[in-house]
Design a protein around this ligand. Structure first.
Ligand SMILES: [Zn+2]
Length: 77
């Protein structure tokens, strides 16, 4: 393999990498922020229990239950 071929390969790889990074960055910019707690997926079942503040518990409900492990009604089983 000649050195010019190697250099070409390296250049191509670099360009591809830069293109990939640019696409990633663009994707990130176009994606609206939804990392706040309030905007969680509605599909995710939330615990219906209340915290000590009187707010809805932010934990996820256990499968087959409306409450998380903390707020699990006692004497269920
Ligand atoms: Zn809970």
């Amino acid at each position: 393999m000649r050195i010019s071929d190697v250099l070409k390969l390296i250049k191509e790889r670099k360009e591809r990498n830069e293109k990939f990074l640019a696409a990633q960055k663009k994707k990130k910019e176009n994606t609206p922020k939804k990392e706040n707690d309030e905007g969680q997926d509605d599909e995710t079942p939330r615990c219906k229990g209340l915290t000590q503040n009187g707010e809805q518990c932010k934990r996820l409900a256990l499968e087959g239950s409306e409450f998380c492990a903390l707020h699990q009604p006692k004497g269920d089983k």
